[in-house]
Design a protein around this ligand. Structure first.
Ligand code: GLP
Length: 260
């Protein structure tokens, strides 16, 4: 696991964009795994800027989103379909048929989830998966207790997650109680994983995910077993990691070695 500590949210977002853009430039027909939440918004802004100002091309890129609230239609302002259009898809040249976000209104959920997995496979697998982290250590909507081998499925949301996400809905009572999410096992098959976290509210979850035991109680801790996982955090989100200084030192040493 590589841990990169940046000074603040903007620096975290720029660094994340550099890593995503490297994948897109090397493989224009790459498959991006995308996340919602407030954390990746800065990364998406930077991608839009590079599309506008530097001609970054998304015309061959395909995307798969991690999750969607169950029961919300794509046009609902709080749906993750809506979020992705608002913060990324409407502002870059990605063809709509290259975009995949789990559908929140399907009837046969099990069959749909199996198809979502199949679609990822048929696309050749995910080249880079962007991830945020919940305060309970969840990635996607894999709440504590999710099997580390879990696949795309319907899940019930934890009370804490419902509370945390109530700010987007106005009323806690309006937050959906279920979601469709890629599983931890699905996420772990991405060739590269990029976990982003900003702010002191995420410090404990990040310390547990990076330095704690690998456990289904903290889904993000599975990334310790991933061969190419990068964690980018700002100073506040890094504040509870015991080996913080070591991560800074390692990054500095590696950068110096590369510039030699
Ligand atoms: C939701 C999403 C997660 C996201 C998390 C954190 O629960 N399903 O993918 O990582 O929120 O959101 P935020 O970035 O707003 O803190």
């Amino acid at each position: 696991m590589r841990v990169i500590i940046e000074s603040d949210y903007d620096a975290m977002s720029r660094r994340a964009a550099e890593i995503v853009v490297e994948v897109v430039r090397e493989k224009p027909e790459c498959v991006l795994g995308l996340a919602t939440g407030s954390t990746p918004i800065g990364l998406y802004k930077e991608l839009i800027r590079m599309y506008r100002e530097e001609g970054l091309d998304f015309s061959k890129v395909r995307t798969f989103n991690l999750d969607e609230y169950y029961g919300l239609p794509p046009a609902h302002p709080q749906s993750y379909h809506y979020f992705m259009r608002q913060y990324l898809f409407d502002h870059i040249n990605i063809p709509p048929h290259n975009i995949n976000v789990p559908r929140g209104l399907v009837k046969d959920v099990q069959a749909y989830c199996a198809r979502y997995e199949q679609m990822i496979k048929e696309a050749g697998g995910i080249d880079i998966q962007v991830l945020g982290i919940g305060r309970d250590g969840h990635i996607g909507f894999n709440e504590p207790g999710s099997s580390l081998a879990s696949r795309t499925r319907l899940v019930a949301l934890d009370e804490q997650t419902v509370k945390d996400n109530a700010r987007f809905f106005g009323r806690e009572g309006d937050v959906p109680r279920f979601a469709i999410t890629m599983g931890v096992g699905t996420i772990m098959e991405a060739r590269k994983c990029l976990l982003l976290a900003s702010g002191s509210k995420k410090a404990k979850a990040i310390a547990q995910a990076v330095e704690g035991s690998i456990t289904s109680q903290i889904a993000a801790s599975a990334l310790q077993m991933h061969p190419d996982a990068i964690v980018i955090v700002d100073e506040e989100a890094a504040s509870e990691m015991k080996r913080r200084d070591f991560y800074l030192y390692t990054e500095k040493m590696m950068a110096e070695r590369l510039s030699r």
